[in-house]
Each structure stands twice: as C-alpha cells, then as structure tokens.
Design a protein around this ligand. Structure first.
Ligand SMILES: Nc1ncnc2c1ncn2[C@@H]1O[C@H](COP(=O)(O)OP(=O)(O)OP(=O)(O)O)[C@@H](O)[C@H]1O
Length: 316
C-alpha cells in the first residue's frame, strides 16, 4: 500500500559545507512526489539520507513509527528492505545478464526457490516491457532499457517506497515520455510511495502528486503539484519555466536588485510574487494507461484541480 515518510527539521553537512538545513516534509503514502532543484543543491544527498546511507546532523525521518536516523545498522538493514532504488545509470552489474541482475536481490535477501525467483523476475520484466531481453548484457542494450532493467530490479522485493535518482537523465524525449507513463502506470498498479529526483520540467509538471524544490540550502516549497505549478514564488516560477531571469544564477545567487529588474522586464509582478495566486497555467496530469484503474486518491485530486481551474478562470 506504500508507507508515509515524515521528515522533520533535517540538516545535512559535509564538514563545514551545509548541504541543506531544517528540511521538513511528508511524502504521503502511495503518492508520487518529485524533488527539483538546481545542480548541487543536494537532491541525491537527500535520497541517500532517506534510505539511511548518509546520516543527517539534525532532524528525524519517521517511517512506520520509527525514526530511522536513530537506528542501529542491523535495524536499518530491515528498514532498507522497504525501499527500492533506481540509480541514475541503473547500477547494473556489467558481467551479468538482465535476468541475473534482476534476480540478484531475491537471491541475496530471500530464500525463494529458483522457480519462484523466475516467476517474480519475469513478472517484473513484463511490467517494465523487457520480456525477451533476459539474456542481454547491460552493455548490449540502450540507456532506456538499462533504466527499465534497473527499475525491474528495484521492484523485485515488492518495495513500499521507490526512490528514483534522475530516471530521465540521458534519455531522448520519446524515451522520457514512455518512462513517465511507466512510472504513472506502476504507481497505479503497486501503490508504493514514489520519490523522483529530476531536472526534467515536463516530467515534473505531468507526473507527480507533489513537488518540492531545494534552493539555497533550504526546501523552498513542498506541496501538491497544482500549488507549485500555479505558484508565483519567484524561485519556483523560474525553475518550472526553465528561464535565466530570476533568483537562480549560473554559479551563485544573484543580488536582489538584479532579480527585481529581470522579473519586471518579464512583466512578472515586482519580483516578490505578488501576482494573483493561481494565475499560472496548470499542465494536465498524466493518466494511467488503458485498462489500469486509477487509484482512489485521483478523485480528490481531480476535484482540487477543477476548483483551482475555476478560480483561475474567474480571476482571469
Ligand atoms: N559523500 C560526500 N562527501 C562530501 N560531499 C558530498 C558527498 N556527497 C555529495 N557531496 C556534495 O554535496 C553537494 C550536493 O550534491 P548532490 O549530488 O546531492 O547534488 P544534486 O542536487 O543531486 O546535483 P545534480 O542535480 O547535479 O545531480 C555537492 O556539493 C557534492 O559535492
């Protein structure tokens, strides 16, 4: 069914370098959340901290009533079984064919028979559209197929939470569209809690229930997709529109006067986000494919989005 992850007051540093501080958010059970942020703002560090690979200095991460930042290695090992992680390059073993790569967690962490393992591996390969490629080596297949193989491997232990680290990196737009559909379909089918780190704005607009944005060592915003997409907060707007004008600079932050000037030139209020709330366009959400029932939460989301649409139309 997926589990909720509740993060409170989380701070992570490496030596004197604070990566982010006082991050608080709740990833709702079974929902898809996306974490955005300029390069180097610590999105991958956030994923690694959630899964217990990095220890934060302060704050808590509560999963099923336990603060995983306080767990000893043995208990952490148990909690990690709740997670499936899709690393950027799929993180496959180059010398093993896809079947053995995907079977690996089952052989390592369970006592299932080879026939049971075969059933599970083929089921997951089917879910990600890789049937027939069992004997291929990772080096013989495309980047998109490697991602899907990594995803099948992340699924074999039936995780409650799946973390995706830039699943779309290095893929062409068509492969990204297929992968996004696969993510939405999978979420509807297995109901796990998904957190996706991505730079792809089109994906961030269409796929998640919730969006977060890390910037200047802080979580600028985290909330329902429609709230972020219609937000007038300058950092959020700049990032979601992928433009140069705004608080986010090439290498460092810009000064306030420059930001104000740029936003004024764009006709974007006074740079302080004082436009009418909800005046930004809301991209339609990506729906599960034919034959895949929509999860129950979709009705409530559709009502929320329709209400927001009515407000937008009324204020236009
Ligand atoms: N193990 C580590 N030790 C020291 N510094 C680290 C470590 N891991 C990450 N960092 C630093 O943390 C910062 C954030 O890195 P991270 O990879 O999480 O950023 P990101 O937002 O995922 O970037 P990108 O979008 O470019 O992938 C970087 O400055 C990086 O050098």
């Amino acid at each position: 069914m997926g589990v909720e992850i509740c993060v409170e007051g989380l701070t992570k540093s490496f030596g004197h370098q604070v990566i982010w501080q006082d991050v608080s958010l709740t990833l709702p059970a079974g929902e898809v959340s996306v974490m955005l942020g300029p390069s180097g703002t610590g999105k991958s560090v956030f994923l690694k901290t959630l899964v217990g690979l990095l220890k934060p200095e302060r704050g808590s991460i509560t999963i099923q009533g336990r603060d995983i930042t306080k767990l000893r290695e043995h208990d952490l090992y148990e909690v990690r079984k709740l997670f499936g992680v899709l690393f950027q390059d799929g993180a496959l073993f180059g010398s093993m064919n896809l079947y053995d790569n995907i079977a690996f967690p089952l052989r390592e962490h369970t006592r299932k028979s080879e026939s049971e393992i075969r059933r599970i591996v083929l089921e997951k390969m089917d879910m990600v559209g890789l049937i027939g490629a069992e004997g291929k080596l990772p080096g013989e297949i495309s980047g998109g197929m490697r991602k899907r193989a990594g995803l099948a491997r992340a699924l074999v232990l039936d995780p409650e939470i799946i973390l995706f680290d830039e699943p779309d990196s290095g893929l062409d737009p068509v492969r990204v569209a297929y992968l996004n559909q696969l993510i939405v379909d999978l979420n509807a089918q297995i109901d796990a809690t998904f957190l996706i780190v991505t730079h792809d704005i089109a994906s961030a607009r269409q796929v998640p229930d919730n969006i977060g944005l890390l910037f200047r060592r802080e979580l600028v915003m985290f909330g329902p997709r429609e709230e972020l997409l219609t937000s007038n907060e300058p950092v959020v707007r700049q990032f979601l529109n992928g433009r140069m004008q705004g608080p986010i600079g090439m290498a460092e932050e810009k000064d306030a006067a420059q930001v104000e000037q740029e936003l004024a030139a764009l006709g974007d209020s006074d740079g302080k986000g004082t436009q009418t709330p909800g005046s930004q366009a809301l991209t339609p959400r990506l729906l599960p494919g034919p034959g895949i029932p929509r999860p129950p939460r979709w009705e409530a989301i559709a009502r929320r989005e329709a209400a927001l649409h009515r407000t937008t139309v009324a204020s236009a």
